[in-house]
Design a protein around this ligand. Sequence first.
Ligand SMILES: NC(=O)C1=CN([C@@H]2O[C@H](COP(=O)(O)OP(=O)(O)OC[C@H]3O[C@@H](n4cnc5c(N)ncnc54)[C@H](OP(=O)(O)O)[C@@H]3O)[C@@H](O)[C@H]2O)C=CC1
Ligand SMILES: O=C(O)C1=N[C@H](C(=O)O)C[C@H](O)C1
Length: 248
Amino acid sequence: MHYTLVGNGRMGQQVRAIIEETEEHDVRAVLDVDADISPASFEGSDVIIDFTVRDAFLANLPAMLESGVPVVVGTTGWDAEMDSVRAKVKDAGASLMYSANFSLGVNIFLRTVREAARMISSFEQFDIAFSEEHHTQKADYPSGTALRAAEMILEANERKKSILADLPKDSKISPDQLQVSAIRLGSVFGKHTAHINSEFDDIVISHTARNRQGFAGGAVEAGKWLAGKHSRQPGFYTMDDFLDEMLG
Ligand SMILES: NC(=O)C1=CN([C@@H]2O[C@H](COP(=O)(O)OP(=O)(O)OC[C@H]3O[C@@H](n4cnc5c(N)ncnc54)[C@H](OP(=O)(O)O)[C@@H]3O)[C@@H](O)[C@H]2O)C=CC1
Ligand SMILES: O=C(O)C1=N[C@H](C(=O)O)C[C@H](O)C1
């Protein structure tokens, strides 16, 4: 498969290294901040993988969709535009897969957190909060993964109704708010933790990335899956669609 990468930062370089280790795939082009991106930029590619920044992803989206090449998006920070991106993908008859985190380990962690949030839902003595830690070069907060975890907790736990990312200065948190906190520290690849507390217990469910290979390898696998899907059923997909099919 021929991949075109948009973004040549930490993740773009890691994805390229993983593709170039295989005999199965190759990198057709790497388009960085200086590239003049148009639909023609993607000619001859089977999949596009975008790891850039919010504004660049949204600016390049029309050209990526018009190219007809399926797009894997790892860039985070655009959750507020999700509905409009979904509509653009549908209108273009294109295929796009988004995940805030392509690591298999993180996705197993997220499903574990959802199950724990569901189990404590009817036991009022248990409270839950979520935290994330990342390197100081990260542009968005809370991380896309933390926001996805928070969405899953809200769906699974009827006592939590909204996300609180910034603590108010002079008032208490309300019991129906789910706190999501962020730490920016050195070169941390990514750590996500669900904290559950009662009078008698602390339950801590945590995932720590040991490097960026899990994210990058997952994005390459997702690209292969999306290219197959695109030929049969174009559309907007997430990591859950991919995993549900993989897990049967
Ligand atoms: N889904 C997942 O599994 C993961 C998602 N991420 C997310 O991926 C994104 C990228 O992370 P990371 O690689 O660490 O960030 P980096 O800042 O290292 O890389 C982003 C790259 O995009 C480039 N860029 C900026 N504007 C454009 C443009 N218009 N066209 C092409 N390239 C552009 C930047 O260039 P320049 O620096 O010159 O501006 C930079 O090289 C973030 O949103 C992060 O949260 C990260 C890890 C895993
Ligand atoms: O910017 C990063 O580095 C990461 N971003 C993603 C996110 O926002 O969730 C995923 C990963 O944790 C690393």
